[in-house]
Design a protein around this ligand. Structure first.
Ligand code: PRX
Length: 572
């Protein structure tokens, strides 16, 4: 597909009119005055997302258009969010929440989630979010490793804590939003002095999966807001006048950086819809609220595309002016469909939980090469590196690394310093320390980056990141299973689906019923989105001599590809 020249799609001058000029003279210091600082070192991300606006003439502007499951719209102004998050902050302080304490939120996308997140940051505590599909095992891993002191949830979701509650000695209280919490909070003052946090103080944390071991707690600091604000402005092109809809969930990093922090720091109105995916429902929201900027994911675009053009043409979606996508490769096909459906191109951008914000992107002012992630954000310096640590040339695939020089790069991995260190290498060739993304990519002659795949076994299903080890552990907890190997299998709709190869105990008979039972077992105990959609029973798994499951071989066999180097393989 040819390069998309953007002039005919631009409906207003972009916030970043000249990419090359921005790259040339870029330094964060030139932009820090666009945020509110208490002193040259002290900044609070929540203050910049909400308070700053509540104290300005945006005070009565709608900050949150909350579209509930029945598609009724509830409006919250910046002042509403300011006052309710102040009350929540005061309440938390009163019940013993101190600076640096971990307060986790386990909720679907309800207004209380956003209010809680802001309130927690305002008092200098650390907010942790958990995706609402998590089951007991996933919840336990997060609450126990972080030593969370408080959990904000609802009574329905709290039932998933029953089996783990007494194994969480640090969890002081579970606060249920539907059991009087909000009325209790109402008794507290709506005046709060936001904690003047140091720019490097911990602000929020999210657990994310790697290839091995339990999920790790990625911690971001308050100064992450600088990069999140600037990327929301320059990549997502968010303006004060926009009605902006990000379809992500704050259980994942996109919902934090671009549904709470960066986007509100730009002063736009944000749309939140917690309902199930439905093409008509989504189009109705865009039409009714006159959404102008829309940030979504490739799987969602493919699902909309599968419902056809006739459906989309029934709605007046002419308010849309800028579309962006993230989380998994955006192949040219959904871009082509987007052009027909919305008369606008989707702008792919790339980042990770660890990078805290967008690092490579397509911009309103630059041509799009469909299938490419685009160019580095000003100030971001990627290098494609061979295993040796040397930089490889143009069009050569290697490990995508970044110079660790931007404010939203993770500060640490919660209580796992070695894990944190393992994200960095020193390139003798470049004489530089580099952050390793774990992704393979190449750079073309024009400086555009192209995603090739993961360098490790991490799975991306419908844009969500799943660690194979967690799924394998969940499977072996079932009485019928001896061992399991889990891979991502390419899928035309979801990018990848989770496939498990399972060795059964001799006393259990292979059957479709047992496959279904195992899938449901993982769904219930680990997470509603991280269960194997496909299971194959095998007699044994390929392993290294030291006993590690070789998922690479399972994947190669599944795809009918050459198996490659098997020198470390035990007899198979
Ligand atoms: O493999 C890359 C893929 O998603 C991973 C990061 O996932 P997560 O930490 O859940 O962050 C989600 C927030 C964006 C990356 O290591 N990924 C992300 N964006 C893209 C992508 N793969 C291809 N193209 C992208 N635009």
């Amino acid at each position: 597909m040819d390069t998309i020249h953007k002039d005919k799609y631009l409906k207003s001058p972009p916030n970043l009119p000249d990419y090359s000029k921005a790259v040339e003279g870029f330094h964060y210091d030139k932009h820090i005055s666009e945020l509110v600082w208490f002193s040259p070192r002290h900044i609070n991300a929540a203050y910049n997302a909400i308070t700053k606006n509540a104290l300005s003439d945006r005070k009565n502007k709608v900050a949150l258009y909350y579209v509930d499951e029945n598609e009724s719209v509830n409006k919250y102004t910046f002042l509403d969010l300011e006052l309710s998050s102040n009350k929540l902050g005061n309440f938390l302080k009163a019940i013993g929440c101190n600076r640096g304490d971990r307060v986790f939120i386990f909720l679907p996308r309800v207004p209380e989630l956003y209010i809680s997140f802001i309130g927690i940051l305002k008092i200098g505590a650390i907010a942790g979010t958990m995706f609402s599909a998590f089951g007991p095992q996933a919840i336990f891993d997060r609450l126990s490793q972080s030593e969370a002191k408080f959990l904000i949830t609802n009574s329905e979701m709290a039932t998933r804590l029953k089996s783990i509650r007494n194994k969480l000695p640090n969890l002081k209280r579970i606060l249920l939003i539907d059991k009087g919490l909000m009325t209790e909070i109402d008794k507290y003052s709506d005046v709060l002095n936001t904690t003047e946090t140091d720019m490097t103080d911990d602000a929020f944390m999210l657990y994310t999966s790697g290839t091995t071991g339990k999920p790790k707690g990625i911690v971001h600091q308050h100064k992450a807001i600088i990069h999140e604000y600037l990327t929301a402005k320059w990549v997502l092109d968010i303006k004060d006048s926009d009605i902006y809809w990000c379809t992500a969930d704050p259980g994942w990093v996109t919902g934090i950086a671009y549904e709470i922090l960066g986007s509100w720091a730009c002063g736009s109105s944000t749309v939140v819809f917690p309902g199930r995916f439905s093409a008509d429902g989504w189009y109705r929201i865009i039409e009714k609220l006159k959404v102008t900027v829309w940030y979504t994911a490739p799987t969602a675009i493919r699902m909309l595309a599968s419902q056809g053009l006739t459906k989309v043409k029934k709605y007046d979606l002419s308010s849309l002016r800028f579309l962006a996508s993230v989380g998994e490769p955006l192949n040219p096909e959904p871009i082509r469909w987007g052009l027909k459906a919305f008369n606008l191109p989707f702008h792919d951008n790339y980042w990770q939980t660890e990078t805290g914000g967008i690092v490579i992107a397509n911009y309103a002012a630059l041509p799009i090469k469909p299938g490419s992630m685009g160019k580095p954000f000003p100030g971001i310096k990627p290098h494609i590196i061979a295993e040796s640590g040397d930089e490889v040339g143009v069009n050569k695939v290697g490990n995508l690394t970044l110079e660790p020089n931007w404010p939203s790069l993770m500060k640490k991995v919660w209580r796992r310093p070695k894990k944190y260190q393992s994200y960095f290498l020193y390139s003798k060739d470049l004489k530089k320390k580099l952050y390793i993304t774990g992704d393979l990519a190449y750079k073309d002659r024009d400086g555009y980056y192209w995603f090739v795949g993961r360098a490790d076994d991490v799975i991306k299903t419908a844009g969500e990141r799943v660690g194979p080890f967690e799924v394998e552990s969940a499977l072996v907890a079932h009485e019928a299973v001896v061992e399991a190997g889990v891979i991502g299998k390419p899928d035309p709709m979801r990018g990848e689906i989770i496939k498990a190869f399972v060795v059964l105990k001799p006393t259990f008979k292979q059957s479709d019923k047992l496959k279904e039972e195992l899938s449901m077992f993982v769904k219930k105990n680990l997470a509603g989105h991280a269960y194997p959609r496909e299971i194959e029973f095998v007699d044994h798994l390929p392993k290294t001599r030291s006993g590690k499951i070789m998922r690479r071989i399972l994947k190669a066999k599944e795809l009918g590809l050459p198996i490659g180097d098997t020198s470390t393989l035990e007899e198979y």
